[in-house]
Ligand binder design. Structure first.
Ligand code: ATP
Length: 413
């Protein structure tokens, strides 16, 4: 059977993955066998999310009615019911729903009624609390199809220290990354000298380590020196897979979806207020504004190095009529040239314009020339893929260290 839960936390505390970890233990105590615990990220542009739009599903062997009773009791005991934005959902399905609803919740927007339709079609047990919105994520998690998967070791804090500063030794996190990268990633951001895996919110998570296999994340976790944890859970996840991206065409992008698009840089990238960098990307006579926000740090230098005529593949969410960049593939570099008046062939002084269409004139000796000086400018980037740093990476974005997907590479041919 597949058990799904979602929408249990609030900005003031709790975390659906923590309830998932507690639930795994309660199901085991009831004699059930746990096959898999999944942390499933859904559409990152959903406005109702508390933080990273996560939902949890657990695959287990046992009696569905008993599992349903245990899961409801667990959610009722731990969810942040007082917050008006917390609307938990619980699902237990003996027959797994087809993955379509997962893909819809991952890449688009869904309704509670659609989730209920899916649950009814497979005869699942379900309970939606308050406005029942959590049924969307719980159903999607149960229906999830993780063709590509990664893992996260989540380590949780003891209840008595929730809300207090986390005690995690910084140096040990850098050691963990150095010893296990590229089998693990995003524990720290070495280029920006920042710890990434320790949250700052008042939830029960102490730290989380992401990687390619359960062994890799456990090995990295063994390097970390910290306060005594309450418990640990390794989740199978869709994080770091680009599962949220679909191929897009400039001019037909829909708000709140995430795309990979190909186009030609149509204007010189500019840095605006707050250090955000933007440029226009064009294809088929249509344009989209691409944004690299200030938190993307050094990635903005890559964007600033683009010039009109470069052909790029751009990945990100389309929000507020901008594509918020997660990575770009530089497919073809345009010849960047600087056109300026030539040097005078007589006295070697720089000539000046003699007027529109009249060529150039030397102010020193009055010599004339028709030809401008055209200088090829050395480009500061090479063709290839570039990504935002770990500190700015979205949960679903595939780190380049995991490679580019075949369909993404096609975009940059
Ligand atoms: P939590 O740890 O509780 O899961 P979160 O940041 O993941 O925190 P939620 O509190 O779960 O966010 O809020 C997200 C809400 O949006 C949930 O009710 C979920 O069912 C719903 N939701 C998720 N994906 C979609 C979608 N694609 N369309 C509509 N609603 C969605």
């Amino acid at each position: 059977m597949w058990i799904g839960i979602d929408d249990t936390d609030s900005p003031a505390g709790m975390c659906t993955t923590y309830i998932g970890a507690v639930l795994v233990r309660r199901l085991e105590r009831a004699g059930m066998r746990i096959v898999d615990a999944r942390l499933v990220r859904l559409n990152p542009n959903v406005i109702h999310k508390t933080r990273g739009n996560a939902a949890v599903s657990i695959e287990a062997v046992g009696d569905p009615a008993t599992a349903f009773a245990i899961t409801c009791a667990c959610v009722e005991a731990l969810a942040e019911f007082d917050d008006p934005r917390t609307n938990p959902g619980v699902v237990v399905a003996a027959v797994r729903p087809p993955p379509d609803f997962y893909y819809a919740a991952l890449r688009d927007f869904c309704t509670v009624e659609e989730a209920v339709g899916v649950l009814e079609s497979v005869g699942a047990c379900y309970r939606g609390y308050k406005n029942r919105r959590g049924l969307i994520g719980a159903t999607a998690a149960v229906a999830s199809d993780l063709a590509d998967r990664t893992y996260e070791l989540l380590v949780y804090r003891k209840r008595e220290v929730w809300g207090t500063p986390r005690q995690v030794d910084r140096t040990s996190l850098f050691h963990a990354e150095a010893a296990t990268y590229p089998r693990t990633w995003d524990t720290v951001d070495p280029a920006n000298d920042v710890v990434v895996c320790v949250p700052h919110t008042p939830d029960p998570v102490l730290f989380g380590i992401r990687g390619e296999s359960p062994d890799a994340v456990r090995e990295a976790g063994s390097f970390v020196l910290s306060e005594e944890p309450a418990c640990k859970q390794v989740y199978t996840t869709n994080q770091g897979t680009d599962a949220h991206l679909v191929p897009g065409t400039i001019g037909t992008l829909r708000e709140g979806r995430s795309y990979l698009v190909r186009g030609t840089v149509a204007g010189v990238p500019s840095t605006g207020i707050g250090g955000h960098v933007s440029f226009a990307l064009a294809d088929g006579g249509k344009e989209v504004r691409c944004m690299a926000y200030e938190p993307t740090k050094g990635f903005r230098d890559v964007v600033r190095a683009l010039v009109p005529g470069d052909v790029v593949a751009a990945a990100g969410s389309y929000k507020g009529e901008s594509l918020n960049l997660e990575k770009i593939g530089v497919c073809r570099l345009a010849d960047a040239v600087r056109v300026r008046p030539p040097l005078c062939p007589v006295c070697a002084k720089r000539m000046t314009s003699a007027g529109a269409g009249k060529g150039y004139k030397c102010r020193a000796c009055s010599a004339r020339s028709r030809e401008a000086e055209i200088e090829r400018v050395e480009r500061r980037i090479l063709p290839g893929w570039y990504e935002v740093p770990p500190t700015a990476r979205r949960h679903l974005a595939r780190p380049l260290v995991r490679g580019i997907l075949a369909w993404e590479a096609e975009f940059c041919n």
